[in-house]
Design a protein around this ligand. Structure first.
Ligand code: B12
Length: 498
C-alpha cells in the first residue's frame, strides 16, 4: 500500500541562520517520497527577526569562535516574515498533511507558524515531531495548534500516517503517534528502525544556501550524515537520557549505521552536491568498537572530506587519535562539561576523574588535530566556586584551540530538568532556550546576569595569567564600565589566541 500523490509539507522550525542540513527532516522526506508522496519543505533558517543575535554570533561575542558573517559571504536573510511566506505557500500548494519539526527553543516559532495557518482546511492534520514533541508531549498535546504528536522516531509513524490519509482513513492505531480525537489516543512505540534499512536522505527539499557552512572566514559546502543514532551514555543534562529511558524496553536508543552503507551515501552525495566538508552525527564518535573504527579508517579516505568529531575524554587513546589523523579529521570537541569530578558524578552521570581528562587532553595536544574543550556553566545548584573549578581544570589542559562555554538549559526529557523544577528554578510549563545564549533558570545563588558575565569571560579566565583575574572580574559586569574593560580584554585575547 502506498500514499501516492499525497502532498506533505514538512516545516523545519530552525533557529535563525543555523546552517547544517537536519538529517531527521531529510529522512522523513525520503520515506514519504518512497511512498509516492509529493514533499515540500518550509524552512525557517533564513528568516532572521530584526535585532536577533544568532547562535554563531553569540559564540563569537563570547570569544568561543572566530567571527564569520553570512552577509559578508553573500548569504542574506529573506526579506519577508516567515509567517507570511508560510501562509502563502500553504494557500498556494494546498498540502494534505503538515509536519512541524520542533526542538524546545523553536517551540514559540512553531506556534506562530501554526497560528498563521489556523484558518487553513481543518481536516488537514498538523503533526509535531522531534525531541520537543517527544519529551514535552504531555505539556503541549492540548495546544489547539496541533492535531497529533510524534513521540520518538518518525520514519514508521509518518509513513503509516501518509498511507492512512492517502486512503481516506481516519488515522488511528499508528505507532509513535499521539492522536487527538476528542481525547488523546496514545499509541505504543514502534520497534526502532535499523539505520541500514533507511533510504538515503532526500536533500532535494533544501535550498542550495542551506549547505553553506561558514568556517574560518569562508563557506564550506557541508553535508550532514547520520553515523549512529542516540548515545550509549545517559548524561543527566542530555536528551539521550530521555531517549534511552523512553526506549529502555528495546535496550536503549543507540544504534550504528554500518560503515560501508555510510560511505556509499557519502560518496554519492559528495559528487551530487559538490560537498567540501562533512558533519557526522555521532555524539560520542570514538565510543565504538576498534573493528568499526578501523573499517572507517580503511573506507573513509575514498570520501576524503574533512570532518570534525565530538568525543568523550575517556574514549581518547593514542591509537584512536592516530586513526583519526589518518582519515583526514580536522578537529575534535571534547565534552568536559564541569571541572568538579564530584559534581559531574552526582549531577551528570559522568564519572571520569580530572587527571584522566588532563591525560586525554595531553594525547590530543601531541596530535595535529584542532582541539575544542566543551564546557557548560549554570547547571542546577552549581555555584560560582564550582564554575571556577571548571576554569581551573581548563587551565591544566596543555593545548586547546577553542575554549567553548555553553550555558546550561533545562530541556524536557532530561534528569536535570526534573531537578531544576523540583528546586523551583523554573516552573513546569516554561520552555528552555538556546544554550549558546542564556539561561531561563532563576537560581537564588547565581543570577542569569552573573552566568552570562562568566560565559563571556570564561576563555579569558582560562587563557590569561591569574594576575589579570581582578580585571577580568570587572569585565563580567553588564555595565558600560564592564563592557569597556571586556572589549579591551577581548581584543587582546583575539590578537594572542586567535
Ligand atoms: C546534529 C544536531 C545538531 C546539528 C544539526 C541540527 C538539526 N536540526 O538536525 C546542529 C549542530 C546544527 C545543531 C544545532 C543546534 N542544536 Co542540536 N542536536 C543535534 C543532535 C546531536 C542530533 C540530531 C539528529 O540529527 N538526529 C538524527 C535524526 C535522524 O533524528 P531526529 O533529528 O531526532 O529526527 C527524528 C525524530 O525526532 C523525528 N522527527 C523529527 N522531526 C520530525 C517532524 C515530524 C513531523 C515527525 C512526524 C517526526 C519528526 O523523526 C526523525 C527520524 O526518526 C541532537 C541530539 C539528539 N540525539 O537528538 C542535538 C539537539 C537536537 N540539539 C539541541 C540544541 C539545543 C541545539 C542548538 C539550540 C544549540 C547547538 N547545539 O548549537 C542548535 C539549534 C539548531 C536547531 N534548530 O536544530 C538539543 C535540543 C534540546 C531540546 N530538547 O530542544 C539536542 C537534543 C541536544 C541536547 N542538548 O540534548 N544540532
Amino acid at each position: 500500500m502506498s500514499a501516492n500523490g499525497l502532498r506533505v509539507l514538512l516545516v523545519n522550525c530552525n533557529t535563525p541562520m543555523d546552517n547544517l542540513i537536519p538529517a531527521g527532516v531529510s529522512l522523513l522526506s525520503a520515506v514519504l517520497k518512497a511512498e509516492g508522496c509529493q514533499v515540500r519543505c518550509f524552512d525557517t533558517t533564513f528568516y532572521r527577526p530584526a535585532d536577533f543575535v544568532t547562535g554563531d554570533e553569540a559564540r563569537a561575542m563570547t570569544l568561543q569562535v572566530k567571527r564569520t558573517s553570512f552577509s559578508e559571504l553573500g548569504i542574506h536573510p529573506k526579506p519577508g516574515a516567515a509567517e507570511d511566506d508560510f501562509r502563502a505557500l500553504v494557500a498556494g500548494w494546498e498540502p494534505d498533511l503538515i509536519g512541524f519539526s520542533v526542538i524546545e527553543c523553536t517551540h514559540r516559532l512553531a506556534l506562530d507558524l501554526a497560528r498563521a495557518i489556523a484558518d487553513y482546511r481543518p481536516e488537514v492534520p498538523r503533526i509535531w515531531g522531534n525531541v520537543h514533541a517527544t519529551f514535552a508531549a504531555e505539556r503541549i498535546v492540548g495546544a489547539p495548534e496541533l492535531d497529533m504528536l510524534c513521540v520518538g522516531e518518525g520514519e514508521v509513524a509518518i509513513r503509516e500516517l501518509a498511507r492512512a490519509l492517502a486512503h481516506g482513513r481516519r488515522p488511528s492505531g499508528i505507532p509513535n503517534l499521539w492522536i487527538k480525537n476528542g481525547g488523546v489516543e496514545r499509541n505504543a512505540l514502534a520497534p526502532l528502525v535499523r539505520l541500514d534499512d533507511l533510504p538515503e536522505q532526500d536533500w532535494e527539499i533544501w535550498e542550495r544556501e542551506r549547505f553553506f557552512k561558514p568556517m574560518g572566514g569562508r563557506i564550506w559546502v557541508t553535508g550532514t550524515f547520520e553515523m549512529n543514532r542516540g548515545c550509549p551514555y545517559s548524561c543527566m543534562y542530555c536528551v539521550n537520557y530521555g531517549l534511552n529511558r523512553l526506549y529502555a524496553e528495546q535496550g536503549g536508543y543507540f544504534r550504528e549505521k554500518s560503515i560501508p552503507v555510510l560511505v556509499r551515501e557519502m560518496l554519492d552525495k559528495k559528487k551530487r552536491y559538490g560537498l567540501e566538508f562533512a558533519y557526522l552525527v555521532a555524539e560520542s564518535f570514538l565510543t565504538t568498537t576498534r573493528q568499526r573504527l578501523e573499517q572507517f579508517a580503511d573506507l573513509y579516505p575514498a570520501v576524503g572530506l574533512p570532518f570534525w568529531v565530538e568525543a568523550r575524554p575517556e574514549s581518547i587513546t593514542r591509537e584512536k587519535v592516530a586513526l583519526l589523523e589518518r582519515c583526514g579529521c580536522e578537529g575534535i570537541s571534547i565534552g568536559v562539561e564541569s571541572g568538579s569530578h564530584e559534581f559531574r558524578r552526582r549531577f551528570m552521570n559522568r564519572n571520569i576523574p580530572n587527571d584522566k581528562m588532563v591525560r586525554a587532553m595531553g594525547i590530543l595536544a601531541d596530535s595535529r588535530l584542532r582541539v575544542s574543550a566543551n564546557n557548560v556553566i549554570g547547571f542546577p545548584t552549581e555555584t560560582r566556586d564550582l564554575i571556577f573549578e571548571t576554569i581551573e581544570l581548563n587551565r591544566r589542559f596543555p593545548r586547546v584551540n577553542g575554549v567553548m562555554c555553553a550555558i546550561y538549559n533545562p530541556y524536557h526529557g532530561t534528569r536535570l530538568r526534573e531537578i531544576a523544577e523540583a528546586e523551583g528554578y523554573i516552573s513546569p510549563d516554561e520552555v528552555a532556550g538556546d544554550y549558546r545564549k542564556e539561561t531561563i533558570m532563576r537560581m537564588p545563588h547565581l543570577s542569569p546576569d552573573e552566568i552570562k558575565g562568566l560565559q563571556r569571560t570564561f576563555p579569558l579566565y582560562v587563557k590569561l595569567p591569574k594576575a589579570r583575574w581582578p580585571e577580568i572580574r570587572r569585565a563580567e559586569a553588564p555595565t558600560p564600565e564592564g563592557d569597556r574593560i571586556y572589549a579591551a580584554l577581548a581584543q587582546e585575547y583575539t590578537e594572542r589566541h586567535g
